[in-house]
Ligand binder design. Structure first.
Ligand SMILES: Nc1ncnc2c1ncn2[C@@H]1O[C@H](COP(=O)(O)OP(=O)(O)OP(=O)(O)O)[C@@H](O)[C@H]1O
Ligand SMILES: [Mg+2]
Length: 248
């Protein structure tokens, strides 16, 4: 971490083309260590594709991804998770017919390769999963099937699963999307708390009130690459940002 002085994740010339669509188009992006970083931009501007390239869900066509000074370009999702990046998905990824507690417990096996073959859950794992359910505020639902939770509660469950892997960096794709306002508040507070404890966040989000109140650093995407970045204040007053959103 020493020689990277404050850089958590950076991409250079990152590119992903789908047919004729340059979803991510030569993106040079820098996110800062220890901060809440936001990636915003209009629908279809390439935010999710960018996240997928960074976390190894899809291989970029060209360009590089560096995480804390280490090249992770094109590595597999479990290698990247093992390097310390946890992520959530735009559409919640949980097992609907499994209980809430079991969903948190399986999450760790999906992110930690050496534990995939472990024979059974340990008492420590169960205790940790329960602790995390308390932390995200859905411990009273531990025995419910995940499908019986509200969408916002499912997002909190997914976050508990991400936390099982002890990531030092967490990427969230639209944590507030489709979530009712009271739970959006809880998600925001949790992000702030975890960040105060040292976790770096990279967040894609359309809810501007949430983005502007949470973020230290905002990167604005348009057509697959950044067009503006800086503090929320600076970004909000940048005419290029309005232009991108309003299509002027
Ligand atoms: N698997 C795919 N196959 C073909 N085209 C794709 C694929 N994934 C994304 N795209 C296209 O790439 C572009 C960027 O999509 P992406 O989902 O990354 O945008 P986004 O910024 O996350 O949008 P939103 O805010 O709506 O979630 C869009 O034109 C989209 O249609
Ligand atoms: Mg998206």
């Amino acid at each position: 971490m020493s020689e990277t002085t404050g850089t958590n994740l950076s991409t250079r010339g990152l590119t992903k083309v789908f047919g004729g669509v340059r979803a991510v188009d030569g993106a040079d992006v820098t996110f800062h260590d220890g901060k809440i970083n936001a990636l915003i931009g209009p629908n279809g501007s390439g935010k999710t594709t960018f996240f997928n390239c960074v976390t190894g869900m899809i291989k970029p066509d060209s360009g590089t991804v560096t995480f804390r000074g280490r090249q992770i370009t094109g590595r597999s999702p479990h290698v990247i998770a093992h390097a310390g990046i946890g992520r959530s998905f735009q559409l919640c990824r949980i097992f609907p017919r499994m209980t809430v507690l079991d969903n948190v417990l399986v999450a760790v096996r999906r992110t930690r390769i050496r534990e995939l073959l472990a024979p059974a859950r340990t008492e420590e794992e169960v205790a940790k999963a329960r602790e995390l359910l308390v932390r995200v505020g859905i411990d009273h639902l531990e025995d419910s099937e995940a499908r019986d939770l509200s969408y916002g509660q499912q997002k909190l469950l997914e976050l508990a699963g991400v936390l099982m892997g002890d990531p030092d960096t967490i990427m969230l794709d639209e944590p507030a999307g489709g979530v009712n306002p009271s739970l959006i508040g809880r998600i925001g507070s949790l992000v702030k708390e975890l960040n105060a404890e040292g976790t770096t966040f990279l967040i894609v989000e359309h809810n501007m009130d949430l983005v502007m109140s949470l973020s230290h650093h905002v990167v604005v995407f348009d057509r697959g690459r950044p067009i503006a970045e800086g503090t929320p204040d600076i970004v909000q007053s940048d005419p290029r940002v309005l232009e991108a959103y309003l299509g002027v």
